[in-house]
Design a protein around this ligand. Sequence first.
Ligand SMILES: NC(=O)c1ccc[n+]([C@@H]2O[C@H](COP(=O)([O-])OP(=O)(O)OC[C@H]3O[C@@H](n4cnc5c(N)ncnc54)[C@H](O)[C@@H]3O)[C@@H](O)[C@H]2O)c1
Length: 448
Amino acid sequence: MTTAFSLVSGLRDRLQSREARVMTIGLGYVGLPLALTVHETGFPVTGFDLDAERVARINAGERVISYFPETRIASAVATGRFAATADPARLAEADVVLICVPTPLTPAREPDLSYLRRAAETLARHLRHGQLVVLESTVWPGATATVLRPILEAGGLRAGTDFFLAFSPEREDPGNATFTTRTIPKVVGADDPQSLQLVHMFYDRVVERTVPVGSIAAAEAVKLVENSFRTVNIALVNEMKGALEAMGVDVWEVIAAAATKPFGYMPFWPGPGIGGDCIPVSPAYLSWRAGDVGAQVPLVDLARHTNDAAPAALAARILSDIAQAGRPAAGARILVCGISYKRDVEDTRESPALGLMRALEAGGAVAAFHDPFFPVLPVTRDHPDLAGRVSVPVTPEAVSGFDAVVVTTDHTGVDYAVLARHARILFDTRNVIARLGLVPAARDLRKV
Ligand SMILES: NC(=O)c1ccc[n+]([C@@H]2O[C@H](COP(=O)([O-])OP(=O)(O)OC[C@H]3O[C@@H](n4cnc5c(N)ncnc54)[C@H](O)[C@@H]3O)[C@@H](O)[C@H]2O)c1
């Protein structure tokens, strides 16, 4: 007879020997690095994704994430112990299932758990005794227990006895060369001792440090606290930027100096707003859940609204400066440089640069873009109407044809000397021109 004890000891043995088959659901910016890292620590791994084209590219060894080492995926595939699949039936083979699907916001800026529900329904059809299921996607405290768990249990298996359920917030930082999936400590939480023991044991074999917490809800909340902290500090530093600029003080110089304080201060840098699927999203999950349980997070909400409004505020500032320089906003041609939400990553989710383009055009200007990662603007979730526009090359002729250029994302593959030399007015939201020592060449440089 199968008992919880025998299921736990069976999985423990397979984790111990690294024979346990691990599957991720989702092979995106989180699922793929995680799948590769698990594989690189000796486990056989299969990544399941609905996107058949992505699956085929991964199985062909293509580098589908730009900041990966050239051969990372190809080397993993060549071992025969790493593969991608679009076949959900393979989930039945897994000993450990890591759910890494998107958890974005609805158009009303509320949690959208539709991807998670769909993934859970797929997994539920293949769930079997003894599997460990770990949710990695960002959710609000209580979502794993009240949304994921009931779907998984609908077929009759019970979490904690028949299968094991845990939450571990993903802390991936795309493009960060200093911290990798393996070196970033992994928080794990579960609502029963068996699940906690198993998830702890699994991640002990994958990452350098595992940090157990006493419940799934605590682990869910860790992610929201981390990202709300960033959201509030980004809003704060952008507020500082405006106030210090009015006082004639360079915020970049001030923050660099403040950052030398060895305790009690952590630098955040100004920018055009926030982007990605984490920083703008998690605080919205926190706020929504707080409202649900009768609590409030007014500071977080103010920061969210400040950050959400940043692209429009920047557009207003740019159009006003251009008008002051003698060019009416109506018809002004503006080049937005950098469409990704962060440097050297080909990811446009929630990118403030797109919101800026939209706001500039709402103000009567004509917005074009340059981005080395996007020869053509793809269809984006928030601004699908901008799709199809073609990246303008950074050449002296092209740049000098614009009334202004705005650096929104400081990708390394951009010729900033050309911008500094040929832009009529250069708005630098990232301080890249000064950082590269190009200031003297700029005709009209404005740090905004
Ligand atoms: N990107 C980040 O930097 C980051 C960092 C930490 C946490 N997170 C969180 O991790 C989660 C995943 O984010 P991501 O950036 O990897 O998303 P992503 O959009 O890059 O990838 C998600 C992948 O899941 C696939 N998918 C969607 N539904 C599926 C389903 N039902 N079955 C199988 N595959 C499915 C998609 O095809 C896609 O390839 C989110 O909750 C996000 O908030 C993201």
